[in-house]
Design a protein around this ligand. Structure first.
Ligand code: UD1
Length: 362
């Protein structure tokens, strides 16, 4: 019995990686389909190599475009694939455009859908991912959740309880199985930084990097922080473009950071693990810092991952310079905060998912 597993963008790759072995162990054949949403070596292939993900059986090669174009193009190309080679079910992960496109194509063709990392809600519909999450969950048959808030959200939206499975966090399966290898890299040393003596910054959300006022306000705070700690900034391609476009790259008062290329999985994990704190607008890094016990200041006003705040490692700081700096002050004056690990973030999530799919499909 064959399952098609869809991945398209960087945050998908660490979520599909741990699923493949347990799905095979319970007897499924797996077909990996890459939509091509992310295509740079450093945004895609590096992760397949480092996480030992088998080469995709099919790459749809869609590339960049408007969201509507990207979603419809993935759907058009997947229709051909699913019609010619219908799988028993389609597995989608996360909340990117490729996730929604694959789920919608499958359901229109009568193929059941399993959504991994279901039920997360920021309640901010201006976020493209929020629309992708709501839509994907509404049409999925198995809703695999990573934290208790997801169950509440899905029940509120009327999803029948028997479809919801609280299994934990697949991304933490990957983190736990690669942490030692990552630590051995000591990536910060190569960049001339000592342990717990630097900050890691990532920024790519449209709400931050497409709005010059917000981007400027965040970069002013970064400039201030850089007087105490080097700020390592692995740069997303779209952010690099925006810094050029707004003329911020040349502004002395806005470039306290040390820009580095997008990092591979191990190197990024190593950098986060050794950081004094992390400053980010990423969803996944809020969870990874929680698992690592590293303080995280999230440059957003909401999060779809409240367990990272309840566990004590994550704080929402928005985009205003003063708010960011006030939170940095609190971190500096308090001893290292250790966080609690949320329930079922134990490295066994993929096995739970494989067992449920096997029980229901085999
Ligand atoms: C996507 C996801 C976002 C996720 C992020 C992680 C959606 C709606 N968004 O956002 O949830 O957090 O990935 O990176 O699916 N680009 C390249 N090379 C690449 C990929 C992108 O240069 O390999 C540039 C292109 O200019 C492209 C832009 O980045 O237009 C944005 O890429 P896109 O995939 O549309 O969205 P992300 O911002 O990466």
């Amino acid at each position: 019995m064959q399952l098609s597993i869809i991945a398209g963008a960087r945050p998908n790759f660490m979520k599909i990686a741990p699923l493949i072995r347990p799905l095979k162990d319970v007897g499924f054949a797996t077909k990996i389909i890459h939509s091509g949403q992310h295509y740079d070596q450093k945004m895609s292939q590096t992760f397949f190599d480092e996480l030992n993900i088998p080469h995709p059986d099919l790459n749809l090669g869609v590339g960049s475009g408007s969201h509507i174009w990207q979603i419809s193009e993935v759907m058009r190309r997947l229709e051909t694939e699913f019609t010619e080679n219908p799988p028993a079910a389609v597995v989608v992960v996360g909340d990117v455009n490729s996730t929604l496109a694959a789920a919608l194509t499958a359901v229109k063709l009568g193929i059941p859908v399993a959504h991994v990392e279901s039920g997360l809600r920021s309640f901010d519909r201006a976020m493209p991912e929020e629309i992708n999450r709501i839509m994907t969950d509404a049409i999925s048959d198995w809703l695999f959740t990573s934290e208790p808030s997801a169950q509440t959200n899905l029940e509120r939206e009327g999803v029948p309880a028997e479809r919801i499975h609280f299994v934990g966090n697949v991304m933490i399966d990957t983190l736990l199985s690669h942490r030692k290898q990552a630590q051995a890299l000591h990536s910060s040393r190569e960049l001339g930084c000592g342990d717990k003596d630097y900050v890691v910054l990532t920024l790519h959300r449209p709400s931050n990097v497409d709005d010059p006022e917000r981007l400027e306000s965040i970069l002013k705070a970064v400039h201030d922080i850089s007087e105490d700690y080097p700020v390592l900034f692995p740069i997303h391609p779209r952010t690099r473009g925006q810094l050029q476009k707004f003329g911020f790259a040349e502004r002395h008062d806005l470039n306290g950071y040390r820009m580095v290329e997008p990092q591979g999985y191990h190197s990024m994990l190593s950098l986060m693990d050794g950081a004094r704190f992390v400053l980010t607008d990423s969803g996944g890094m809020q969870e990874e810092t929680t698992a690592l016990g590293v303080p995280c200041l999230t440059l957003r006003e909401n999060t779809e991952r409240p367990s990272t705040i309840e566990s004590g490692s994550n704080q929402l700081v928005g985009w205003r310079t003063d708010d960011i700096l006030a939170a940095v002050g609190r971190i500096k004056s308090s001893p290292d905060r250790s966080s609690q690990i949320p329930e079922k973030w134990d490295g066994k999530t993929s096995t739970r998912i494989a067992e449920i799919l096997h029980r229901d499909l085999a």
